[in-house]
Unconditional design. Structure first.
Length: 483
């Protein structure tokens, strides 16, 4: 062993020493003779504008290698390098002698394994984006309180249990339409499309498209072109919850709402019970305030109507007629005694005339007395008949005068009575109309005063009906239409 060591030392002493540049040149020539193909993960990329080459680093679990690729080769490859991409490189080692650095001069680059899949997905995403399928303006809002929720996922994964548990906890009122389909492997994309169509056809108002986590290859069915177009054409909103937070598929990009996990997707469509209770309480308070304001306005209106003279002193409607009747009664009371006084005066005159005639009759001969008695009887009968005739004439004139004085007022009273009859609710009902009252007896004059399900009493001309409001339809009047 010692002899061999002495011989080696002798040979080294005999060889001339190399300069640094010569040694680096020797190494450079040796390295550039080796062309290799390798696979690694891109850890950093530097391709600033103006550079003649792209500089990047690839690594594996134990080592890293700086690489460079001339810009013309890089652009011709069609690959966009990004951190985390798995690439396959062909090239040779190169040594930069001035700095003593070794690079890998890349001749060609391509995505390897998952990287190739990611390139395909990226290209499809750009195509669908250009078609407008990812436009935020196209995406629809979710229904606030859906009655029927569609769920499309695997029947055996954890995602279905997470979603159902969340929906039962937050929103147990909803009905779930479940389509169990494969979510990975060959045919999974077709199953997802079919599941979406079935739950929508069955009446779902919103659809959850979910699955648990997995590798990029496992999530490839959610990067399918046909599935993306089906989601975009779906007539109801679609919410995706695919994989975990970092995972983003084309289905997520096209969906109306993208959630980070299946549980988050369920929470997006299911309002919490506390939120619903608060919403109902707020709506109830708002309705109470609105109804209170409406009742206050109606009360003020009723007070104004009640303050009108017509309702405050209804007897004033007949003040004029009452005064006229009193005047006619007074005039009639004065006319009758005057007529009786005239008759009594005439009778007195007749009596005086008879008294003057009686003494002459008593002193005259019997024949003369008889003749006088005959004349007296004739006169008495004549004057009596004439008095009766005068009395009858006076009575007739009095009755005609009274009728003539009361006729105008009788017509006015009849008109007023007709007006009161026309204003009577019973007269309106008699013409074929009806009057609706609430359970509290209030008259319903507008659809705003009733609600669906409220009981009403409808009064007709010959009876009453107990009714329940099933539906409310507002009819706009001509004034509102022109207003």
């Amino acid at each position: 062993m010692a002899v061999e060591e002495r011989e080696t030392t002798t040979e080294e002493e005999a060889a001339p020493a190399l300069s640094v540049s010569a040694a680096m040149g020797l190494a450079k020539n040796a390295l550039e003779e080796v062309v290799v193909r390798l696979v690694g993960e891109v850890s950093e990329v530097n391709d600033k504008p103006g550079y003649k080459a792209v500089y990047f680093t690839v690594k594996d679990e134990k080592a890293s290698l700086p690489c460079m690729m001339w810009m013309n080769r890089y652009q011709a490859s069609g690959v966009a390098l990004s951190v985390g991409a798995l690439v396959e490189l062909t090239g040779r080692f190169s040594l930069y002698a001035a700095k003593g650095r070794m690079n890998f001069d890349v001749f060609s680059v391509s995505l390897a394994g998952e990287g190739q899949l990611r390139l395909q997905v990226a290209n499809l995403a750009r195509e669908l984006e250009a078609m407008g399928l990812m436009d935020p303006a196209r995406k629809r809002p979710l229904p606030a309180y859906p009655e029927t929720i569609g769920l499309v996922t695997s029947p055996r994964g954890a995602a279905v249990h997470d979603v159902l548990r969340t929906l039962r906890r937050r929103y147990p009122l909803a009905r779930i339409l479940f389509a169990g389909v494969p979510v990975e492997g060959p045919g999974a994309a077709d199953g997802l499309v079919d599941g979406l169509a079935k739950v929508v056809f069955a009446g779902a108002e919103v659809v959850l498209l979910v699955r648990g986590g997995g590798s990029f290859e496992d999530l490839m069915p959610f990067n399918d072109r046909r599935l993306a177009r089906t989601i975009a054409a779906c007539p109801v909103p679609v919410v995706t919850g695919i994989g975990h937070e970092p995972d983003t598929s084309i289905a997520d990009m096209v969906a109306d709402v993208r959630a980070s996990t299946p549980t988050a997707a369920a929470e997006a469509v299911a309002p919490a019970q506390g939120e619903i209770a608060a919403r109902i309480q707020g709506l109830g308070a708002a309705m109470g305030h609105a109804e209170s304001r409406r009742l206050d306005a109606l009360s003020i209106k009723m007070e104004r109507v009640a303050a009108l003279p017509l309702f405050r002193e209804p007897t004033r409607l007949f003040d004029g007629e009452a005064l006229a009747l009193d005047d006619l009664s007074d005039r009639l009371g004065r006319a009758l005694p005057e007529a009786l006084r005239e008759d009594r005066h005439r009778l007195g005159l007749i009596g005086e005339a008879l008294g003057r005639m009686l003494p002459g009759l008593l002193s005259a001969p019997r024949g003369a007395v008889g003749a006088a008695a005959g004349r007296l009887g004739y006169l008495g009968e004549h004057f009596g008949e004439r008095s009766r005739q005068q009395l009858d004439g006076a009575r007739g004139r009095l009755m005609r005068a009274g009728a003539a004085m009361t006729d105008p007022y009788r017509a006015s009273v009849a008109v007023s009575a007709a007006r009161l009859h026309d204003l009577s609710p019973l007269a309106i009902i008699g013409r074929g109309y009806a009057m609706a009252k609430g359970e509290d007896g209030r008259v319903v004059s507008s659809v705003d005063g009733v609600a669906a399900g409220e009981r009403l009493v409808v009064t007709l001309s010959d009876g009453e009906l107990d009714c329940t409001v099933d539906d409310i339809r507002r009819i706009h009047s001509a004034v509102e239409a022109w207003g």
